[in-house]
Design a protein around this ligand. Structure first.
Ligand code: NAD
Length: 420
């Protein structure tokens, strides 16, 4: 028997609670509890040594009520169907909360990309894209980067799709993925977007409380695309990053790490292991370190009741999806530690992905000022909507974000009704 998936159970429970709080009809609750489509593919790839390996890939399309399915592709050895089901549901809610005309999806390949050569990674990506075939498309389902994938992987997907999907409107097919490099049709500001969004939430939280961020301290778990940009932007605001961690371990430095130098190191060495500043520490020491802000930016299921009890921070901003587990959430609420939930905190990524898709469709190129200005307004407005709803009804920020999202979906179902 497989173990029940904690993450999926938590997302289902959150959606269920939001449906109850928002008084939405039972059929909407039932629709949201399951994805519309679950696609699993197996495909062979030639490895550098001439052997062949069979890979397993997924694309879970949760809901397309508001627009094309949208969500990241994760290349990770622990990728599991139920995690992707949870992540795809979160994408539906995130786009609804942010008023983005997209639905929700998620997918990936079960593999450890760090064990593959660049050529092998390219062949895995291209064969996976080919296996997905017409199940993705610029008006149907639009993947993006997530854990273990990046702009290069997106460009390979785009190129494979453009070369296999037929000739009509070949260039319009460029927007089958977002998060591409700027050279290949991506947008300015996408690489930093999720980190920027995280920091907009932090600045709003501080502004509401009359707190000056300069001189404050932060812990960042995960030093990949989201974590590294969050750390860099925080440093520019005078927030000192005193603890970092990734899949290889954790480090503390009361003086604060040089976020830029660390990002360069990780780019070269693929992890923080052996970074020549600060002291290595245990995972438990990292979570027990005193700081003002914690940004989990790695994976789901990181902060359970055990970690939540030892934390000495005032604010958690969920850069990752699902980092706080339900028992951890309960402890954090009891202890009065503020949590800005994933749905809002990491929505900067899909927001700027939407800008990329719009630019590709209109053959426009926006400069970084335009992208960043729009992102900032969108994040701050969403933060205010969530904070206001939480205040008005005594909800947590997580409950408020979920309720706003589910209400929006329910309003659309009420007008469109269920086909036929
Ligand atoms: P990434 O692959 O660029 O980085 C992941 C980081 O997590 C790496 O530093 C890795 O070492 C670390 N990590 C992996 N396993 C770990 C473990 N067991 N313990 C501690 N650290 C671990 O991925 P990313 O794109 O930065 O995504 C990170 C999180 O942010 C994910 O939850 C993802 O779904 C979420 N997210 C990403 C985006 C985006 O635009 N990339 C947008 C929204 C949400």
């Amino acid at each position: 028997m497989t173990e029940p998936n904690v993450f999926l159970a938590s997302i289902r429970q959150q959606m269920d609670r939001a449906a109850t709080l928002a008084h939405v009809p039972d059929h909407v609750r039932a629709i949201l509890a399951e994805p519309k489509n679950e696609l699993i593919v197996h495909f062979p790839v030639r490895m550098d040594d001439g052997s062949f390996r069979l890979f397993k890939g997924y694309r879970i399309q949760h809901n397309n009520l508001l627009g094309p399915y949208k969500g990241g592709l994760r290349f990770h050895q622990d990728t599991r169907l139920d995690d992707l089901k949870a992540l795809s549901a979160q994408m539906t809610l995130k786009c609804a909360l942010m008023n983005i005309p997209f639905g929700g999806a998620k997918g990936g390949v079960k593999c450890d990309p760090s064990s593959l050569s660049s050529d092998e990674l390219m062949r895995v990506t291209r064969r996976f894209t080919h296996a997905l075939g017409a199940n993705i498309g610029p008006e149907y389902d639009i993947p993006a980067p997530d854990v273990g994938t990046d702009a290069q992987v997106m460009v390979w997907i785009m190129d494979t799709y453009m070369n296999t999907a037929g000739y009509s409107g070949r260039n319009a097919q460029q927007r089958v993925v977002t998060g591409k490099s700027v050279e290949c049709g991506g947008t300015e500001g996408r690489a930093q977007a999720t980190g920027k969004g995280v920091v907009h939430c932090i600045t709003e939280w501080a502004r509401e409380r009359g707190i000056a961020l300069e001189g404050k301290t932060a812990l960042v778990q995960g030093y990949g695309k989201v974590g590294s940009h969050t750390a860099l932007i925080l440093s520019k605001l005078g927030v000192s990053v005193v603890g970092v961690g990734d899949h290889t371990g954790y480090r503390l430095n009361p003086e604060g790490f040089n976020a830029h130098r660390m990002a360069e190191y990780v780019k070269k060495n693929r992890s923080i292991e052996g970074y020549p500043a600060g002291e290595a520490c245990s995972r438990a020491d990292f979570f027990a370190q005193e700081a003002d802000i914690l940004v989990p930016a790695a994976l789901q299921n990181q902060i359970g009741a055990g970690e939540a009890k030892t934390l000495k921070v005032k604010l958690i901003v969920e850069g990752a999806n699902g980092p706080v587990m339900p028992d951890g959430d309960a402890v954090l609420q009891e202890r009065g530690i503020d949590v800005v939930p994933d749905l809002l905190a990491n929505a900067g990524g899909v927001t700027v992905s939407y800008y990329e898709w719009v630019q590709n469709g209109r053959q426009e190129i926006w400069d970084s000022e335009k992208v960043e200005g729009r992102l900032e307004r969108s994040m701050k407005r969403a933060y205010q909507r969530v904070a206001e709803r939480a205040r008005e009804q005594g909800f947590s920020m997580r409950e408020a974000a979920n309720v706003l999202a589910v209400e929006r979906l329910a309003r659309v179902y009420a007008e469109r009704m269920i086909f036929p």
